[in-house]
Design a protein. Structure first.
Length: 291
């Protein structure tokens, strides 16, 4: 009897947990759709921006514009690494993969003799590196899963200023690249120096009228391009977080369902054994009275 009561309690507990994970799965599915729309909406602008930059770029501009300046002798002495994670958990190995990629890149740069300063976005990354006793140059936990272009500018503008002043030789960002809801690999992207995308292949040379000049346009376009890269990293990581949480909660819901089936079968067997024992006791008592 005690075993049956314990099994009933466990079934109710698992059922309650399953309701919670099922609700979280539905919430993440709804948020994923909106976050995915932001990712898709950001891509045409980013593509157009990259095409214009590729068309305007010429090798002689590398010495004129600080954001195109390559490290001396190709050696990075000081680098800034931005690691983007989420503020919340319950999303499987999502944050662990981002943190692992961030640590790998930091160790790789330090192995090459570079001094690395960390810039952390997201509570999970901030808490991990604090626990690991790794100092961070800046931390942000207020951006959340709805990043804006203003957030991107606040993150990257100080790094752009440091790069232009020569205090940094390179700036990179670690984020979750959103390929699909189930494919969000941790990725490292070089932000600075800017590497212009290749020109699009065309059958004929396009005709442009540039006003005021290619140099003036590039001067405005380069910081905008860097900010857009950070914005895309933020929105893709936010969408990837919801995709990872939806997958984790679906797996938890399915596991809870399997556990409930097992507990119900165990309970039914225990209840059947108890009833059989009670019947046997009744029959035995009746036989004893008859004898």
């Amino acid at each position: 009897m005690a075993q049956a009561r314990e099994l009933r309690r466990r079934i109710k507990s698992v059922q309650s947990t399953r309701q919670i994970t099922r609700t979280m799965e539905m919430v993440s599915t709804s948020k994923l759709k909106r976050a995915q729309d932001r990712v898709v909406g950001a891509r045409p602008y980013a593509t157009a921006l990259a095409e214009v930059l590729g068309e305007l770029y010429a090798p002689e501009y590398a010495e004129r514009f600080p954001l195109l300046r390559q490290p001396e002798n190709g050696t990075i002495r000081r680098a800034g690494v931005v690691v983007i994670t989420s503020n919340r958990g319950l999303c499987g190995a999502f944050n662990a993969n981002l943190i692992r990629e961030g640590r790998r890149r930091v160790q790789e740069l330090e192995g090459q003799g570079a001094q690395v300063e960390l810039h952390l976005i997201g509570r999970k990354g901030v808490n991990f590196f604090r626990f690991a006793k790794r100092a961070a140059a800046s931390t942000r936990i207020d951006i959340g899963d709805k990043p804006t272009t203003e957030h991107a500018a606040e993150v990257v503008d100080p790094l752009v200023a440091a790069f232009e002043a020569g205090r940094l030789d390179a700036v990179e960002v670690v984020f979750a690249k959103f390929n699909s809801a189930v494919s969000t690999p941790a990725t490292t992207l070089r932000l600075l120096p800017v590497t212009p995308p290749p020109r699009a292949a065309r059958s004929s040379e396009p005709f442009f009228i540039l006003k005021p000049s290619a140099e003036a346009i590039l001067e405005r376009l380069l910081p905008l391009y860097v900010r857009n890269q950070v914005y895309r990293a933020l929105v893709e990581t936010a969408a990837a977080e919801h995709g990872a949480r939806r997958t984790a909660m679906k797996n938890a819901t399915d596991s809870a369902g399997d556990m409930m089936d097992l507990l119900r079968r165990t309970y039914n067997r225990a209840r059947q054994a108890q009833i059989t024992q009670e019947i046997a006791e009744i029959v035995g008592g009746a036989e004893a009275l008859r004898g």
